[in-house]
Design a protein. Structure first.
Length: 434
């Protein structure tokens, strides 16, 4: 290996090249998206939204503006947490796979808490503090989003309560420690803190929980306290909007090396990682400037894009959110726990569901036992050198499969994937696959 031509893989951007706007792809949609609506029966969920979201989050949620300026304070925080982030060429992985394809990966794992979730946590919390609230509540599956919110809340002097899906809470004590060290409270969901949680625990004291349930608990808690708002880690337009800093950086990085990805892979639970990585490039495809393919990587337990129906459904199990038009398995769907807990959500973001319906997004689904996923993570660790989050390993699996197919067909394609997080706090899961 030594003595070969030096291969420098990171493609870096300078701080000056950090995007200064978020990109709202809905402004470029060929027809309007179906708006959120109220169910026929019961109280208005739409009227309830200002009771638990910040005014700015709601404004951005409904915005038709193509570009939304990133406040200077948020830009400063982005720089503080290491943005812009490098794009790497996976020379060693390519060599291992003996593929003629070029493989690139974006490093969202390099954030302080280990995932892309920091991009929206800092933005949402900036508005929470600006609007004078003192406390935030949220849900978390993998624990990455809860950690990111706990981190941001600590920086901004806000109190934070995280409802963590019970299966993951029990599996990952390290994530709980991180949140608590930041000063956040972390409760297993279903919890005894909310009426909804108590009801579910009464029915089943060993309830594994789900993201939909944890969302319900976070909302209920915020609704009961005037000084508290709720922050969501995925699905909604404003969350995906904040994540578009990833994809905008990726476009600049590919421009620097004069390449365009033929295909982009990212895992998809609710869609914030997939959306953040691909939406800016999808905007270019809508304008017919590129013909990149976009592939969402999912688990069979929650393959909302493949097995879901494109229809109106609630975002949470207790039906407190408005109805959103999305590919959904049903908000009461019982999904078997997996180690990539962050992917176990019943529906895909409305923006991505719209794009899927338009034929812009493909999906790859992997079996529940996750053997192929952890095998891909192992190959990646041994070639590129670091441990990915189990969720991110879905994208790695798909990229490896694509690269192997390129080898069979002798195709020189350009593959890009997003490493949405690192796996240092997922070792309990890794341990099962050694
Ligand atoms: C590392 C990582 N990647 C991806 C996801 C999936 O969420 P989303 O689809 O919102 O990106 C999660 C969720 O917790 C995560 O922790």
């Amino acid at each position: 290996m030594w003595g070969e031509q030096m291969k420098i893989s990171p493609i870096d951007l300078t701080i000056d090249e950090l995007p200064d706007k978020w990109y709202n792809i809905t402004a470029d949609f060929p027809s309007p998206m179906s708006p959120p609506k109220d169910p026929v029966e019961g109280e208005s969920r739409l009227k309830l939204l200002p009771e638990f979201f910040t005014a700015e989050a709601l404004k951005q949620e409904m915005s038709q503006e193509r570009w939304i300026r990133i406040p200077e304070e948020v830009k400063e925080l982005y720089i503080h947490v290491g943005r812009p982030r490098p794009l790497y060429r996976a020379y060693r992985l390519e060599k291992y796979l003996k593929t003629p394809a070029k493989i690139y990966y974006k490093r969202e794992d390099l954030s302080p808490t280990g995932s892309h979730k920091v991009n929206t946590a800092l933005a949402q919390l900036y508005y929470v503090a600006k609007e004078g609230y003192e406390r935030v509540t949220t849900e978390t599956g993998a624990g990455q989003w809860g950690s990111a919110l706990a981190h941001g809340a600590a920086l901004m002097g806000l109190k934070c309560t995280v409802y963590m899906v019970r299966f993951a809470y029990n599996l990952k004590p390290g994530r709980r420690t991180i949140m608590k060290y930041y000063g956040a409270e972390c409760l297993p969901s279903p919890s005894n803190r909310t009426t909804f949680g108590k009801k579910l625990l009464k029915e089943n004291p060993n309830h594994n929980g789900s993201l939909g349930i944890a969302v319900s608990e976070g909302i209920e808690d915020a609704l009961k306290h005037d000084d508290t708002v709720y922050c969501l880690g995925s699905v909604l337009n404003h969350v995906l909007l904040h994540q578009t800093v990833i994809g905008q950086e990726v476009i600049k990085q590919f421009e620097k090396i004069d390449e365009t990805p033929d295909v982009m892979f990212a895992c998809l639970g609710g869609g914030s990682n997939f959306g953040g990585f691909t939406i800016p490039m999808m905007g270019l495809r809508l304008k017919k400037k590129v013909d990149t393919r976009f592939v969402a990587c999912q688990s069979e337990v929650s393959a909302n894009l493949v097995n879901g129906k494109y229809e109106y459904d609630f975002g949470d199990a207790a039906e407190q959110t408005p109805l959103l038009k999305m590919f959904t398995l049903g908000h009461k769907k019982d999904m078997h726990p997996i180690y990539a807990e962050g992917l176990r959500y019943h529906a895909a973001a409305p923006v991505l569901s719209y794009l899927r319906n338009l034929g812009m997004i493909e999906a790859k689904v992997y079996p529940r036992d996750e053997k192929l996923i952890f095998e891909a993570a192992k190959i990646f660790m041994r070639t590129e050198g670091f441990i990915p989050a189990p969720e991110s390993a879905y994208a790695i699996r798909a990229a490896i499969d694509e690269a192997l197919e390129a080898r069979r067909k002798n195709e020189k394609k350009v593959i890009a994937m997003n490493i949405s997080g690192h796996g240092f706090v997922d070792l309990e899961a890794y341990d099962k696959f050694i």
